[in-house]
Design a protein around this ligand. Structure first.
Ligand code: B4P
Length: 194
């Protein structure tokens, strides 16, 4: 099994590139943003609570997202690997992920970190907000808050993987195809040979 984290600030292209990577490698896609939005759409108690937090551009509590990932890992024992998109977003989530994977005899193989300038992030999210209907993309103050949350709580997660030499920084600006080529080049280097 091959386990990959796609990392980066809000709007860096994690969702966009995940879709293409899943189509190529058939990993199981685990996006905590998508899982939370599905809870919101179904109006579950978890979703109603998460919505208030996400609409402010803050991070949902660690226990909630760790619980969701734990259930998702148990539900898919026979996949070729997992692609974690938007998770882990705090050091506590990174430690929990290590523990959950270790219980199954697994580990993270590589973290690919998309690097994008702040101006470009804001531009992309405002553009998406015009059509997506996502409340967290529709207000510049909320977008700025999401980027601040990233610097406060998420950016240091990369250090967790740098110390094991598992983190690779990828330029996240340019065409979607060129960025995808860089990602696949690094994945192919690390994939176990058949
Ligand atoms: P997420 O759903 O993870 O999404 P995101 O960070 O907004 O965006 P992503 O990086 O996937 O960008 P995308 O490809 O779509 O998070 C939403 C919220 O959920 C968080 O703020 C938080 O509240 C909560 N949450 C999620 N996970 C959590 C966790 N683990 N712990 C706590 N809370 C959690 O790209 C954005 C736009 O850019 C798109 O419109 C795309 O078309 C465009 N784009 C992509 N690549 C481009 C390129 N190369 N050039 C130009 N535009 C590009």
């Amino acid at each position: 099994m091959f386990n990959l984290i796609l990392f980066g600030p809000p709007g860096s292209g994690k969702g966009t590139q995940s879709e293409k990577l899943i189509a190529k490698y058939h990993f199981k896609h685990l996006s905590t943003g998508d899982l939370l939005r599905s809870e919101i759409a179904r109006k579950t108690p978890l979703g109603l609570e998460a919505k208030k937090i996400m609409d402010r551009g803050e991070l949902v509590p660690d226990e909630v997202v760790i619980g969701m990932i734990s259930s998702a890992l148990d539900a898919h024992p026979d996949v070729p690997g997992f692609l974690f998109d938007g998770f882990p977003r705090t050091s506590k989530q990174a430690e929990a992920l290590d523990t959950l994977l270790a219980r199954k005899g697994l580990a993270i193989d590589i973290m690919l970190a998309l690097e994008v300038s702040e101006d470009e992030l804001v531009k992309r999210l405002i553009k998406r907000g015009a059509t997506s209907g996502r409340p967290d993309d529709s207000n510049e103050q909320v977008i700025t808050n999401r980027i601040k949350e990233y610097h406060r709580k998420t950016s240091q997660v990369a250090d967790h993987y740098k110390k094991d030499h598992k983190a690779v920084v990828i330029k996240g600006e340019g065409t979607i195809e060129n960025i995808f080529d860089s990602l696949t080049r690094h994945i192919n280097l690390h994939l176990p040979q058949p």
